[in-house]
Design a protein around this ligand. Sequence first.
Ligand code: KIV
Ligand code: ZN
Length: 526
Amino acid sequence: MSTPDPNRVLIFDTTLRDGEQSPGCSMTQPEKLRVARALAELGVDVIEAGFPAASRGDWEAVNQVAREVRGPIIAGLARCNREDIDKAWSAVRDAARPRLHVFLATSAIHREHKLGMAKEQIIHTAVEGVRYARSLCADIEFSPEDASRTELEFLREVVEAVIEAGATTINVPDTVGYTVPEEFHEVFSFLKKNVKGADRVVFSVHCHNDLGMAVANSLAAVRAGARQVECTINGIGERAGNCSLEEIVMAMKTRESLFGFHTGIDTKRLFPTSRLLSSITGMAIPRNKAVVGENAFAHESGIHQHGMLKHHSTYEIMRPEDVGVSRTHLVLGKHSGRAALRDRIKELGFELTDAELARVFEDFKALADKKKELFDGDIEALVLRADFGASGPWHLEGLHAVSDSAGGAMARVKLRHSDGRTLEKETRGDGPVDAAFKAVEAVTGIDVKLRKFEVRSVSMGEDAQGEAVVTVEHNGRAYRGTSITTDIVESAVRAFLEVVNRIESMRATAARMARNPEAEAAVTAI
Ligand code: KIV
Ligand code: ZN
């Protein structure tokens, strides 16, 4: 892909691939689709939707994004072999603009300890892989994994050979987050200057954050000629994460007069997209996180507040509204109407259909009955947690939980199944939450091991809403559920129920596959 504007930097988002593969960030297929849609609205140029050869679930998720999300290029990752490339191609080929991203490690450490391959074999395998990928797809990205620890001259040779074989984007990864800005600037300057065919490809940078320099290293690469940055929302990714999309984009925008670079990102959507991902993954955003953290635009000290009152530029290098953060906190109440809610939701950066708004308005009225004042955090939580599709068979009909100071607790839970059954159980436990979880297990017949249970407040005031995040293990797989209400026991039970519904959906899919062996065989053969 060529960039006619020499200062336009392409944003390649890998939240759904490098981000999703990190601990605690896995997403279901509907969640991946929701994130992909949000990324398209954000204006990213490329969505790396996953690694189709990794599992059937990954293939299905990439394929659904390719079929349903329009706007960005949709990329699928593949190792340098025909089987992986075929799987990636069958997953992305339905996209309006598909890309194959093929990678092979090149550093001496990886050649010797991981691949057991000599330099010549690496070049041969890379060239074969790229040539084959190019016979299927016109848009080919190649990544020499662990490039930052690869001998420069060998890196040049590999890159030159894959350009000759048909690669259109050359991505240079700092796979282990080892490099520093000056060094990476030199690597890109060297490649741009010395690689034959460098002018026919887009150079891309992909940095990990092990030493906290992923954004700085990416910026250095852009200054040396890279015109694509690979990054993730909230910087999620392997180990310490990847280059954070919101930080690199705002660094280029805020210092445009220094660097002259710009992107196609609608920066007003940064905050809502960051919140959406955090709510889906349950991975909280640190309060002091640059650009999207809760404190990013808060001014506590008297001197700073005084300066801000005189002029915001005294202590503010970005306007909160430019990244989609609203300055107003106090919003709506019980007497607010649908139009006011629609306006507020829009100001917070969300676009809802009339049907979705109607659904949120119902929840809004129910919440406003319990809570005097509804803050931005409450409205966001209503939108983010709204169930716009079918969420599974079990629905909470009633909950009664009590505990006494001697440490005993009892919970009675009433659940309705979508097949019409209504079941109720009463159990005892070590606390009201434990008792209620046991009651849900007793009703649904699904046993899980609780791995993590967290509760945090999402808005202000004594009657603030509590977000519960429940992580469990069932048959060796991890499942996560979240919920937000003003009552933390109810939040916990709803989050637990989301987990149970996920397990039920997995079982239903497995049963469907077993009843239809042909469909099963077709998917396995992909
Ligand atoms: O970090 C890395 O090297 C990668 C490649 C697959 C691009 O994620
Ligand atoms: Zn990576």
